[in-house]
Design a binder for this molecule. Structure first.
Ligand SMILES: [Zn+2]
Length: 170
């Protein structure tokens, strides 16, 4: 049915929804095609209100489609959900793009600042401008602030940025 989508993609999509159960739900949808929220809850054991919450999140990103019918007996609406296979790839790309933008901002910040640190666990580095204001004394623990290289971090960030750029075909 949706066999062209690999599991890694599905897992990434589901993880982006921020609920552990989303992975299970998306896999179930992949295998079953169109189904109702009741059926998903019954088959997967995920609580119905959580099933709905995840489905609406997926719907917000156009990753599932929704069809509504009326139950002839009760007159209530029944919601039928289906995974939108063609949207998944695009969703992953836009997620990557967002991560890349954030990493670029961080990388520029790291490149353009000199940092100072008191070498105390739990305390934070401060940029040079702030260290001057603090007269090179940590505002948390009171110890002296000394220069702290960020070459390793810059290198790691650059690697990640390059990797994402490649994946995005830039
Ligand atoms: Zn400190």
């Amino acid at each position: 049915m949706l066999s062209t989508i690999d599991d890694a993609t599905l897992t990434k999509v589901a993880t982006a929804m921020g609920e552990e159960e989303a992975v299970q739900l998306v896999e179930h949808l992949k295998n079953i095609g169109e189904t109702t929220d009741d059926e998903i809850a019954n088959k997967t054991g995920i609580r119905l209100n959580l099933v709905r919450k995840i489905l609406y999140k997926l719907y917000d990103h156009s990753l599932v489609s929704l069809r509504r019918t009326r139950d002839p007996k009760t007159g209530w609406f029944i919601f039928h959900w289906k995974l939108q296979a063609d949207q998944l790839e695009g969703f992953i790309l836009s997620q990557k793009r967002r991560v890349l933008d954030k990493l670029n901002v961080r990388l520029e910040y790291e490149k353009n600042h000199d940092f100072y640190y008191c070498n105390t666990l739990g305390c934070e580095r401060v940029p040079f401008e702030e260290a001057v204001e603090l007269v090179f004394q940590c505002s948390t623990c009171g110890k002296p602030l000394s220069h702290c290289g960020n070459e390793y971090l810059v290198e790691k960030l650059s690697e990640k940025v390059d990797q994402l750029r490649q994946e995005l075909g830039e």
